[in-house]
Design a protein around this ligand. Structure first.
Ligand code: ZN
Length: 398
């Protein structure tokens, strides 16, 4: 298991040149007219044409060899426990596998699979704080895992949220996975969480496993959590009309997941598009789960929404990067100066029918990954999980 202390960013400068396609992650300008990135101490210092970048004597050079570069993908909905182990399918190495799928940041929707998960209030607070610390202190394979997402239980009071916030907890686990299931109860706790700077997500749809319950559209609207978690169900979705109504009547983020109903995923993204609100759409896997772990889940969502949902591939990429970064207040997820240099290098998969990478996504294929970088440090070269990319970047040294 590749675990390391949360090291600082890569020191020094790196120039990435010969980038064939620059996918910004920004819906307003998804493709940049640029072929090079200057990285300094793990952050993007400049983006543009190579000839226009500031001089960087002594910089390391990476020849992208015409590959596309996008911000590292963000999985808005995972269920980690500790380290790179998941008890859900008793698997090891799942986070490292996701990194090989281009995911550089994952956000916990609750450490709900911990065997014997505490449901008493002091216990659930302790777990959240321990999980936050564990993933902040140890980077698994270099991936950023934002964890420590307590599941709401009845009896919590405002001071519990103040305590959690003071201890560094910034997320709630999916509302509805604990004993708080009624809209009015959830609404009060979500408001306390928000007041103390803790972001909330609500489970939407039918029960995910025996023991969890239905959260219907009226409960989602009443609870008013910051993120309509897995609006396409996890796995069982609400009726399509209810999902469209949630998109219309709520202003909150619309999270679409791999571990959900694919038909409703497309209905949700098209409802957001028709409302002119694609900026609300963010992507997750909702894994590990009953359907396993999906290292390529975010790439597959991009391909699904593009090929069957009619969303331009460069816009679908934004839903897995910049949209999530803005909604989740991440310092990555967009190719712009000052952001963390979390980058994924991709190209058309070998023998795809698409004429180029974007066209291959439009046709339903997933791209091949040739390199993943976190905070300016290379974390994997040619992905062990994607189909092979036609071209892969080449580090040329200094
Ligand atoms: Zn759920």
């Amino acid at each position: 298991m590749a675990v390391e202390a949360a090291a600082g960013p890569a020191k020094g400068r790196t120039v990435v040149r010969n980038i064939g396609l620059m996918l910004s992650g920004d819906l307003g300008r998804p493709i940049l007219d640029a072929d090079a990135i200057l990285i300094e101490d793990g952050r993007i210092a400049a983006i543009g044409r190579l000839k226009d970048l500031p001089d960087a004597p002594g910089a390391a050079v990476i020849d992208a060899r015409g590959c596309a570069v996008a911000p590292g993908l963000v999985d808005s909905h995972v269920h980690p426990v500790f380290g790179d182990w998941t008890p859900r399918q008793n698997q090891l190495g799942w986070i490292e596998s996701f990194l090989n799928g281009g995911v550089t940041t994952m956000i916990s929707a609750g450490e709900v699979h911990l065997p014997g998960r505490p449901r008493d209030i002091v216990g659930l607070k302790a777990l959240a704080i321990a999980a936050q610390r564990s993933f902040a202190n140890a980077r698994i394979a270099g991936a950023k895992v934002l964890a420590g997402a307590p599941v709401l239980e009845q009896g919590m009071v405002e001071s519990d949220f103040a305590d959690l916030a003071a201890a560094g907890v910034t997320l709630l686990g999916e509302v509805g996975l604990g004993s708080v299931k009624a809209g009015y109860e959830a609404r009060e706790m979500v408001a306390w969480a928000r007041k103390h700077g803790i972001q909330s997500t609500i489970h939407t749809g039918g029960p995910s496993i025996p023991g969890s319950g239905l959260i219907d559209k009226d409960t989602v609207l009443e609870a008013d959590a910051d993120i309509i978690g897995h609006i396409n169900g996890g796995h069982t979705a609400l009726p399509e009309g209810h999902v469209c109504e949630l998109c219309e009547r709520s202003t909150r983020a619309i999270e679409i997941v791999h571990n959900g109903n694919e038909k409703i995923a497309i209905a949700a993204v098209q409802a957001a598009r028709d409302l002119g609100q694609l900026h609300r759409v963010i992507l997750g896997t909702d894994s590990p789960a009953g359907s396993g772990v999906q290292p390529l889940g975010i790439l597959r969502m991009i391909s699904l929404l593009s090929s069957l949902g009619g969303i331009a591939p460069e816009l679908a990429v934004c839903m897995a990067t910049g949209n999530t970064a803005r909604i989740r207040n991440l310092d990555s997820g967009l190719l712009e100066a000052g952001r963390a240099a979390d980058l994924v290098f991709m190209d058309r998969a070998q023998h795809s029918a698409g004429r180029d990478m974007l066209d291959s996504i439009r046709l339903g294929d997933i791209p091949g990954i040739g390199m993943v970088m976190v905070d300016g440090a290379m974390r994997c070269g040619r992905s062990r999980n994607t189909p092979p990319a036609e071209r892969v970047p080449e580090p040329l040294g200094h």
